[in-house]
Design a protein around this ligand. Structure first.
Ligand SMILES: Cc1cc2nc3c(=O)[nH]c(=O)nc-3n(C[C@H](O)[C@H](O)[C@H](O)COP(=O)(O)O)c2cc1C
Length: 214
């Protein structure tokens, strides 16, 4: 049975482009694999707490008797890492916020990107410990960054791709929607153009690569 982890991270809970597109992409995956099960983690609605020193020290075994708040945060981190390890397909709705990802998605990355748990340092460099899997970044932006001039300001896709790679996830596919700001006249057109790309994106991702289902 294929397990899909569907993450949303927009702070906008109503009329959100990244939510609309990540849902359409997840629905299309389920249509293709009718036995797929979906876990939806809504980081925009329930942002994880910022990583604290006590939490980090407990996680790394340097504090053995944490207080209740820390114990809960460590347990949530282990849950988030388990979800990431156990899924066969990952879908991340990721709007650009101030040239990067939303703070909720950043705090999730700070939860799951942990030395010894999801990657380790070796003499040859960092090695990812998470099984590679088809991963879809639904990348929405109010502006347009695909041009040479503006690419340098994109710390959203590049940041996500490099942190996923650190953990071992390299089979990454981006569904882009640029110009989707609420006031942008081309918003609907950008959303429709992203929706139209979904079939080809899935065909490419799932036929070029074998999907190892647990
Ligand atoms: C606080 C804030 C900061 C934003 N910063 C940027 C930005 O730096 N560059 C950009 O192109 N769009 C920016 N946007 C526009 C969002 O990227 C766009 O509205 C979003 O991708 C649409 O997805 P959503 O509706 O799911 O939130 C920002 C929006 C908000 C609310």
């Amino acid at each position: 049975m294929m397990k899909v982890l569907h993450i949303d991270s927009s702070p906008m809970l109503r009329s959100s482009s990244s939510r609309k597109l990540s849902q359409a992409l997840t629905d299309a995956i389920c249509l293709r694999y009718p036995d797929a099960t979906v876990t939806h983690r809504d980081l925009g609605r329930n942002p994880p707490p910022h990583l604290r020193e006590e939490t980090f020290l407990t996680l790394t075994g340097k504090i053995d008797a944490p207080d209740d708040r820390t114990r809960k945060e460590v347990s949530d981190i282990h849950d988030a890492i388990r979800e990431l390890n156990e899924c066969d397909v990952l879908v991340i709705g990721a709007p650009m916020i101030n040239h990067s990802v939303s703070s909720a998605l950043k705090t999730w990355i700070d939860q799951v990107c942990q030395a010894r748990l999801t990657f380790r340092f070796t003499p040859e460099g960092a090695q990812g410990l998470v099984k590679d899997k088809p991963t879809f970044i639904v990348s929405t932006r109010g502006g347009v960054y695909s041009s040479e001039e503006h690419r340098v300001m994109d710390h959203q896709e590049s940041y996500l791709i490099s942190t996923l790679k650190l953990m071992g996830i390299e089979d990454v596919h981006v569904l882009p929607a640029e110009g989707v700001d609420k006031t942008h006249p081309g918003r609907e057109q950008a959303e429709n153009s992203a929706l139209a790309q979904i079939p080809d994106l899935l065909s490419y991702a799932f036929t070029e690569h074998d999907v190892a289902v647990n």
